[in-house]
Design a protein around this ligand. Sequence first.
Ligand code: HEM
Length: 129
Amino acid sequence: MAEMRVFTRSEIEKNDDKDKVLFILHDKVYNVRSFLNEHPGGEEVLLEHKGVDASEDFDDVGHSKDAMELMKTYQVGEIADSERTNKRPKKGWISGYIKESEKNQESGLSFYLLMGGIVLVAVLFFYAY
Ligand code: HEM
């Protein structure tokens, strides 16, 4: 991951460096210049959001957990403390995380099943002898 920098919103807006396509997603700054051709949603939509806070539109698409992981590769910094919205991502955005917590519950459940199995074996063992 590139070295993290602190940006102001106007810096992102005014940036006209040809090597950078910067936008803001939930107070974090991304440079998707090298991702344009690879974005499954197409380069157009990324270019349309150049220089702006794309959080809401991004949330509305409801990106997957894989997309969230991929994003980390393109993060170049974050917005200065005083300019952060600190808004919680909308449901679409966190759908991946919700799935993640469901996964944890599942693994919690299998833990109890395992414990139940052990107890059952112990009881059977107890009655067998
Ligand atoms: C670093 C930022 C981004 C990354 C890494 C990223 C990654 C992805 C990936 C992996 C997909 C495939 C579907 C999925 O796995 O969710 C996707 C689809 C899409 N993305 Fe992005 N994306 C980014 C930013 C954006 C932004 C700012 C927009 C603007 C609204 C956008 C709009 C879309 C659209 C419209 C689709 C297609 C959804 C569909 O066909 O159902 N993406 N993106």
